[in-house]
Ligand binder design. Structure first.
Ligand code: 4AD
Ligand code: MG
Length: 430
């Protein structure tokens, strides 16, 4: 008998097939039982008429509990009214393993209760949809870069130096030496770009953020690209093409998941290229126009980003931030050294910054000066300075936070649902 995934049932109408999964729900009314099965790819209802099956099987059905693992056999029928559009006329069944009383029932549960049981929460249709969209986003990005001849150059996780400031470092003991979990693969990406031209890395990054927000994780995944001979505009154009590609892929291939999440897809469908671009100074003007008391030179907080992004239907690039609020490696604008050639991409609908990036300082002397000004240890950056000693070129890059992108595309309230096992302030169980 053919073993079939629930999502592919449509290809087997009229055939007797085998489904391997778990019992999501069961309803019985005397002579007939309705078993909703899940296998990770979808849900399907099995209909079991007691007098049509063996006594043994009829007895087994009465003992089944939610989340018992089951192998179900039966004939596939079209049934518009049924979940997924198909139904299985049950002919046979095998209990693989019974389940104890399952804590996550079909009634509403509080989010803290669910978060404590994240390992089980993942089994619900909503979480399933989110994880599938996350997977699609990751695949789409890899494909985008592959099509453009970028090399995937993985960056290390254990690092001797800070990339994004010293206040959010997770420190560890590296055989007696002080080391840190990587905040960003960027510095290594720059080395790889000088070796390979156009590269990206994709891995977990770590920030000991003291803030408990809907947008911050202690451990998150970042796609970071770095391109030799790219200026700031080349960089921005690549980013918008990547984001646009990802949106199309998700709209095309995750229709069912977006529907499960009740995502208003019209908001994603209307996003076209190019994305708007405004300077930090123009963004400050928007804030002032909206009556926000804001001083030029301060960094934007989440509420500011929301006000700015609400001005646009598409993601918006905010470029040329004041140098004082940005990282040490950002190249000053030749036309105004108070600002840098960096740009953040703010997602619409209040999802905030999803990309940080910019052009890097390529001059050795200036970079040495910045490292000193930021009180960073020169020795730890000596290898990085080699990149400016031996054939320095203009170059740019960026980092996209996967979880914030998932939150936006799925339309989620909170970042905790965007990753299988979130690491949040004071929360790392399970
Ligand atoms: O803006 P950030 O700090 O930029 C960098 O790390 C650069 N070195 C990247 C580069 O140019 N190669 O972080 C980039 C993105 C943010 O825009 C955001 O989407 C995400 O990473 N991010 C976080 N996501 C979840 N939780 C956190 N604590 C995050 N911090 C940053
Ligand atoms: Mg940033």
């Amino acid at each position: 008998m053919t073993v079939v995934l629930i999502k592919n049932l449509g290809e087997h109408v009229g055939e007797e097939v085998e489904i391997r999964g778990w019992l999501y729900n069961i309803r019985s009314s005397g002579k007939i039982s309705f078993l909703i099965m899940r296998d990770g790819t979808g849900l399907v209802q099995g209909v079991l008429v007691k007098k049509e099956v063996s006594e043994e099987l009829a007895a087994l059905v009465g003992t089944l509990t939610q989340e018992s693992s089951l192998i179900l056999r039966g004939i596939v029928r079209v049934e518009e009214r049924s979940v997924g559009g198909y139904e299985i006329q049950v002919t046979g069944m095998e209990l693989v393993s019974g389940a104890e009383e399952y804590p996550i029932t079909h009634k509403e549960h509080g989010v803290d209760f669910l978060a404590e049981r994240r390992h089980l929460w993942l089994r619900t249709p909503r979480q399933n949809a989110i994880m599938r969209i996350r997977s699609e986003i990751e695949h789409a990005i890899r494909e985008f870069f592959y099509q453009r001849d970028f090399v995937l150059a993985d960056a290390p996780i254990i690092t001797p130096a800070a990339c994004e400031g010293t206040t959010t470092l997770f420190e560890l003991d590296y055989h007696g030496e002080k080391a840190f979990l990587s905040q960003s693969g960027q510095l290594y990406n720059e080395a790889a770009a000088m070796a390979l031209g156009r590269i990206y890395c994709f891995g977990p990054t770590f920030r000991a953020e003291k803030s408990k927000t809907r947008r911050h994780l202690m451990e998150f995944w970042m796609i970071e690209a770095e391109m030799a001979y790219f200026n700031m505009d080349d960089n921005i154009q690549l980013q918008e093409e990547m984001i646009h590609y990802v949106i199309q892929r998700v709209l095309e291939r995750c229709k069912r998941e977006l529907k499960t999440l009740e995502r208003d897809v019209s908001k994603l469908e209307k996003i076209t290229l190019p994305f708007p671009r405004i300077s930090y100074t123009e963004a400050v003007e928007i804030l002032k126009k909206e009556g926000v008391d804001f001083t030029w030179g301060d960094d934007f907080g989440a509420p500011h980003e929301t006000i700015i992004s609400n001005y646009f239907d598409a993601p918006v690039f905010v470029h040329r931030y004041p140098a004082v609020i940005k990282a040490f490696y950002m190249k000053p604008d030749p036309e105004n050294s108070e600002v840098v050639l960096g740009a953040d991409l703010l997602a619409p609908e209040g999802y905030g910054e999803i990309i940080g990036g910019g052009q890097r300082i390529d001059d050795l002397k200036l970079l040495e000066k910045r490292i000193a000004e930021h009180n960073l240890p020169q020795e730890a950056f000596d290898w990085y300075l080699d990149l400016r000693r031996y054939g320095s070129v203009p170059h740019s890059g960026f980092g996209l936070g996967i979880e914030r992108t998932v939150a936006w595309l799925c339309g989620l309230e909170h970042i905790r649902e965007t990753i299988p096992f979130p690491r949040m302030l004071h929360k790392m169980y399970p």
